[in-house]
Design a binder for this molecule. Structure first.
Ligand code: F6P
Length: 320
């Protein structure tokens, strides 16, 4: 490839900027021209495409959000939109595209690759719901934000002997809830991947208070339902459970990426560029047990990520 483009698509995540920086700088290092596409696939269809140089990605490694901005584009879901996108890239002489985003964005990259554009996907989402990578870019930062919030909630919970129901993001995936729950010592972690019984949860919370615990944390992954409904259901089971709800929402997607996310982004993005140069296409980049891996996007979008039951069991063993 001689000329590549990069875009960010779907929900933004911390570390997307570090990935854009690495795509641009690695490509230029290897003598490949780079274009940025503003606002994801929508920007591609609007020809919002501009050349990027070394300086255009200065001072962004530490920033949340994405300088390329993002959008969810309905037009690109249709074959006509995808053909138009491929045509526009050809018009600009762009023969390779790095797509940074979640599974919806991967689907777009997959389609473009079938239309002859060399594509590479980078897992940019806080949800950690992409298979063939241990972690996605933004997940570590999102977990840190949840843990930090729970640290703060604990103070008030202990002072007033209350329970906190904390609703976290993740779409259909319970990983943010699981990892934040283990790290914050939550008593209960409710995720869509594992069955649970609210009667048991409520009984355990009541018993724990009776045994002298001064607070109780219930993390609810949004894939399970609304934190408000869970809190209500717990109160209905035992009136003594004073459960207050905190919905962390988009706070989880903002702020400076952790070093782990910056380094993951930098390594994956450089890998994507090198693989494009080698002629690979229609692949997703991931990191498994510290090793960079390339997998067919087709396979990635059609494989559900495994849930770490061992970690889930550990969290419940430790939350006595
Ligand atoms: O995919 C990232 C994510 O934050 C999910 O966790 C959440 O379900 C969704 O995006 C929220 O989407 P939006 O920002 O469009 O409200």
């Amino acid at each position: 490839v001689k000329k590549i483009a990069v875009l960010t698509s779907g929900g933004d995540s911390q570390g997307m900027n570090a990935a854009v920086r690495a795509v641009v700088r690695s490509a230029l290092f290897f003598g490949v021209e780079v274009y940025g596409i503003q606002r994801g696939y929508q920007g591609l269809l609007n020809r919002d495409i501009f050349p990027m140089d070394i300086r255009s990605v200065g001072d962004i490694i530490q920033r949340g959000g994405t300088i390329l901005q993002s959008a969810r584009c309905l037009e690109f879901l249709k074959p006509e939109g995808q053909e138009k996108g491929a045509e526009i890239l050809r018009e600009y002489g762009i023969d390779g595209l790095v797509v940074i985003g979640g599974d919806g964005s991967y689907n777009g990259a997959n389609k473009l690759s079938k239309l002859g554009i060399k594509t590479m996907g980078l897992p940019g989402t806080i949800d950690n719901d992409i298979s063939f990578t241990d972690y996605t870019i933004g997940f570590d930062t999102a977990v840190s934000i949840v843990v930090d919030a729970i640290n703060k909630l604990r103070d008030t919970m202990s002072s007033h002997e209350r329970s906190s129901v904390v609703e976290v993001m993740g779409r259909h995936c319970g990983d943010i809830a699981l990892h934040a729950g283990l790290a914050s010592g939550a008593e209960t972690i409710l995720v869509p991947e594992m069955p649970f019984d609210l009667d048991e949860v409520a009984d355990r919370m009541k018993d724990n208070f009776a045994k002298g615990k001064r607070h109780s944390i219930v993390i609810v992954a949004e894939g399970v339902g609304k934190g408000e409904d869970i809190a209500q259901a717990l109160k209905e089971r035992h009136a003594s459970i004073d459960a207050r709800v905190t919905v962390l929402g988009h706070i989880q997607r903002g702020g400076s990426p952790t070093p782990a996310d910056r380094n993951l982004a930098s390594r994956l993005a450089d890998f994507a560029v090198r693989k494009l140069i080698e002629g690979e296409s229609g692949k997703a980049c991931g990191m498994i047990k510290g090793e960079l891996v390339l997998t067919d996007i087709d396979k990635v979008v059609n494989t559900k990520k495994d849930f770490n039951v061992e970690l889930y069991n550990l969290a419940s063993r430790l939350s006595q």
